[in-house]
Write a protein that binds this ligand. Structure first.
Ligand code: FES
Length: 189
């Protein structure tokens, strides 16, 4: 049964949202009326939001809770229970570390720890500059190469901690080159 104080679209006028949040709010406000206010629609709604936004922002969780007249913590509980949902925006570079059985046995957890330590974030998180994100995944289908990590779209087999360091050096070099090119374009060289 619906609570009497359920409100639709109330956040449309919230003044302290940044541009990205405002766009998210507007899209979700337009989307939610397509879903009946039924608790059974929680997962389909979350899937729909994730499909269009790549992750579930805090404001999205609050809006879904409001629409279904349930608490944000209940929505959050469901979103964290299922691996398919992300609570952080994906980074420009995404590291997926396999912790399926073969990779776990071969030291996949050590590789994950190396990525986490290097970036100062945990599994499922994204660096504040949105450059990198890390997530653990189940078997990616190349167990003979265990331990395995997928860096963007590239499979890194038999990955060792020293290779983790090498990957960051590569990205750093690439970033510096892009910055030099950008500076060159801006100065008309
Ligand atoms: S367990 Fe990692 S690729 Fe299969």
């Amino acid at each position: 049964m619906l609570k009497a104080d359920c409100v639709d679209g109330a956040r449309m006028t919230t003044p302290d949202l940044d541009g990205e949040e405002r766009a998210t709010v507007e899209e979700i406000t337009a989307m939610l009326p397509h879903f009946e206010k039924s608790r059974g629609n929680l997962i389909p709604i979350l899937q729909c939001i994730q499909e269009s936004h790549s992750y579930l922002a805090t404001v999205a969780i609050e809006m879904v809770a409001e629409h279904l007249c349930i608490s944000p913590s209940e929505v959050y509980g469901v979103a964290t229970f299922y691996n398919q949902f992300r609570l952080h925006p994906p980074g420009k570079h995404q590291f997926k570390v396999c912790l399926g059985t073969a990779c776990h046995v071969a030291g996949g957890d050590i590789i994950l720890e190396n990525f986490e330590r290097k970036l100062g974030i945990k599994d499922g998180e994204t660096t504040p500059d949105r450059e990198y994100s890390i997530e653990r995944v189940a078997c990616v289908g190349c167990c003979a190469l265990a331990p395995v990590a997928v860096v963007d779209d590239t499979v890194e087999g038999h990955i060792q901690p020293s290779r983790v360091e090498g990957i960051f050096v590569q990205f750093q070099v690439e970033r510096e080159r892009e910055e030099r090119e950008k500076t060159g374009r801006e100065s008309g060289e």
